[in-house]
Design a protein. Structure first.
Length: 351
């Protein structure tokens, strides 16, 4: 586990800070910015609370959001499976698997690197990860059925209502061997592999289950190649993987290697580095585009193992270029320095 940036070397601290910035960018609700300019403890507490407010399913007695109740209790029924649980996407009631899984990966990365600094929020952060990983375990039926989405985005968006009262169709969308989804299966694999590291200290047997399922997901992703948009159609357009699926394969293999120590995943990266664009020139790290994150993980791996071969040098350079792009403020930042690639006020939701 990495130390907090306080005493770390410059480049390492830079890597760390960008990871924090990115995790925060992707995780914190905009409302956090309205609170005390640098009360990060309060921001962190509100962040984990935000995830509780987004929960779908039967809520446990530990639920801290008093105005939320059970919802989506029949999710999956239309396909004869139990798909209760997980997270609603935003203000709507759709459960979009692709960004939900990325959220689990990023929450896990935050806990893996900074769990020791989270104080009393560590338990809430782990609970947030597990709420998502429990759902991912339900949504993947090995070897090759993955439920990608619950809820029809068009029907849902045509009538805004609280999930406890919703009566919109809870249509279930799947990918499988004949209609594959390498991008979404890759992200599911990354999420469970990362979650296995984050949750291992608190529950070893659950972490084993996450890791073994992550391996199966990766095999499914790699064996049956295709974009989930091409398999399930326009309903995937809300979170279409515009960057293709190679970044998810790279990202998943990298997390699987870190979670398992199994060298075959590193071999996979080395042997497929060209098509995977392993040392790509990323200017964004997002729910769609993960190459920069994988490069940072791989560069860290190379640093800690003293690897200096040509591939690692390239990947490390790619990671450093990406980090410099943020550190040198080539992107807009919030008043307190949080970098962001896309101005949310300029990004309109798909229709
Ligand atoms: C595989 O997924 C496609 C796309 O969602 C679906 O149309 C098809 O029915 C699925 N196949 C099976 C055997 O369920």
């Amino acid at each position: 586990m990495m130390a907090p940036p306080r005493n770390a070397g410059d480049s390492r601290a830079a890597l760390v800070s960008v990871v924090v910035a990115l995790a925060a960018l992707l995780s914190l609700p905009a409302a956090v910015r309205a609170f005390g300019a640098s009360d990060y403890q309060d921001a962190l507490a509100k962040c984990t609370l935000f995830y509780e407010a987004q929960r779908s399913g039967a809520l446990p007695s530990s639920n801290r959001v008093s105005w939320r109740g059970d919802s989506g209790l029949l999710d999956g029924q239309l396909a004869g499976v139990d798909l209760t649980g997980g997270y609603y996407d935003a203000g709507d009631n759709v459960k979009f698997g692709f960004p939900m899984a990325f959220t689990v990966t990023m929450l896990s990365w935050s806990v893996v690197e900074y769990g020791n600094s989270m104080g009393g929020e560590l338990g809430n952060a782990r609970a947030a990860i597990r709420w998502g990983s429990d759902y991912i375990l339900k949504a993947f039926q090995p070897p090759s059925t993955l439920y990608a989405q619950v809820g029809n985005g068009d029907a849902d968006h045509s009538c805004w209502m609280r999930p406890e009262n919703m009566d919109t169709p809870r249509t279930v969308y799947q990918v499988n061997a004949s209609s594959p989804g390498t991008d979404i299966a890759g992200e599911f694999a990354a999420a469970l592999a990362a979650a296995s590291i984050a949750l291992r200290p608190s529950d070893g047997s659950y972490a084993d289950k996450l890791l073994s399922t992550a391996r199966q997901l990766f095999t499914f992703a790699d064996t049956y190649r295709g974009l989930y948009y091409d398999s399930i159609g326009p309903q995937a357009r809300f979170y279409q993987s515009y960057s293709g699926y190679n970044d998810e394969l790279l990202w998943a293999a990298t997390w699987l290697h870190r979670a398992s120590g199994d060298g075959t995943y590193l071999d996979y990266v080395v042997n497929n580095q060209g098509p995977l664009n392993a040392a790509g020139s990323a200017t964004e790290f997002s729910w769609d585009s993960k190459t920069a994150g994988a490069d940072i993980l791989l560069a860290r791996q190379a640093l800690s193992c003293g690897q200096t071969n040509e591939l690692y040098t390239h990947i490390r350079m790619a990671a450093e270029t990406f980090v410099c792009y943020f550190v040198n403020k080539q992107v807009p930042t919030t008043p307190n320095g949080l970098g962001y690639c896309q101005d949310p006020t300029l990004t309109s939701a798909p229709t």
